[in-house]
Design a binder for this molecule. Structure first.
Ligand SMILES: NC(=O)c1ccc[n+]([C@@H]2O[C@H](COP(=O)([O-])OP(=O)(O)OC[C@H]3O[C@@H](n4cnc5c(N)ncnc54)[C@H](OP(=O)(O)O)[C@@H]3O)[C@@H](O)[C@H]2O)c1
Length: 252
């Protein structure tokens, strides 16, 4: 089986100042890729760039669609359009009804979903014009079904999955690639806020390795760890009566 990562020279990681994005940046640079790293915290991106001359910071707030469009245009003007773009940016606040508040929900949708929309809409026409390119969107296994404590975050990830399923045929038609990454629990600053048990949790390096393995192949979905993906896949197929009986137990 051919390794499509070998064909990529330049990778843009959005949401690379910590967690899986930062681990991916370092691993891709170790493999000799030019890596452009974006997020809001410029100092974290600079620190990452100190670790490899192949890493270039491009600070960006994905909540500003104009800034995203400008970043894509500047990459095109410099002849540096990425072969692969990985959208990792997200915010997360755990909680259910007590945390469900319109402003917080707007913030979660703004970064996790609309940020990805800004990147996709700015990048797709340029890649189509170029005739090649790949985009990978990090969603979550949470997108499989509604889970307690994910009232703000879960719906944004389900929206990303639906969007990617919707637009994948157009990517295919344009000769471009779209992949959807669905991790389970990973030990990063994002999950530090969780006080509940996180089964099968992986380190950020293990998770980045699984993502790279998936990116080497062309399958649409990259889901891991397998046991968690299978369990949640079965859960979403249960009749609602049984499903909610299990979910009520998780609330205790
Ligand atoms: N950890 C898990 O268990 C888990 C499980 C499933 C899926 N995921 C997903 O994996 C991806 C990476 O998360 P992680 O766990 O590695 O968490 P993380 O360390 O908190 O990374 C999140 C990244 O998003 C960036 N970000 C947040 N708001 C942004 C904005 N407005 N503009 C640009 N960048 C922004 C953050 O950088 P700045 O703050 O510097 O902007 C940071 O680099 C996320 O999509 C997350 O939803 C995580």
């Amino acid at each position: 089986m051919s390794n499509q990562l070998e064909n990529y020279q330049r990778v843009w990681i959005i949401g690379a100042s910590s967690g899986m994005g930062a681990a991916l940046a370092e691993m891709l640079a170790q493999r000799g890729k030019e890596v452009i790293v974006s997020a809001r915290r410029a100092e974290k991106l600079e620190a990452l760039a100190q670790r490899s001359s192949l890493i270039t910071p491009l600070p960006l707030d994905v909540e500003a669609p104009d800034a995203v469009a400008e970043a894509v245009s500047s990459l095109q003007t410099a002849g540096s359009l990425p072969d692969l773009t990985i959208y990792c940016a997200a915010i997360y606040e755990p909680g259910g009804m007590a945390q469900l508040d319109p402003e917080k929900a707007r913030q979660h949708i703004g970064v996790n979903y609309l940020g990805a929309v800004s990147v996709l809409s700015a990048l797709f026409p340029k890649l189509k014009e170029k005739g090649s390119g790949s985009i990978a969107i990090v969603s979550s296994l949470t997108s499989y079904c509604g889970l307690p404590m994910a009232a703000l975050y879960g719906p944004t990830k389900a929206a990303l999955a639906s969007l990617c399923e919707t637009i994948k045929p157009e990517f295919d038609q344009a000769g471009l690639q779209l992949q959807l990454i669905n991790p389970g629990f990973v030990d990063t600053p994002l999950t530090e806020k969780n006080s509940f048990p996180m089964p099968f949790i992986l380190s950020r390096e293990e998770a980045a390795q699984r993502i790279l393995k998936g990116l080497e192949r062309s399958a649409f979905e990259i889901a891991f760890p397998t046991r968690m993906a299978v369990a949640l896949g079965l859960l979403r197929r249960l009749p609602y009566g049984l499903y909610f009986r299990l979910m009520r137990r998780m609330l205790r």
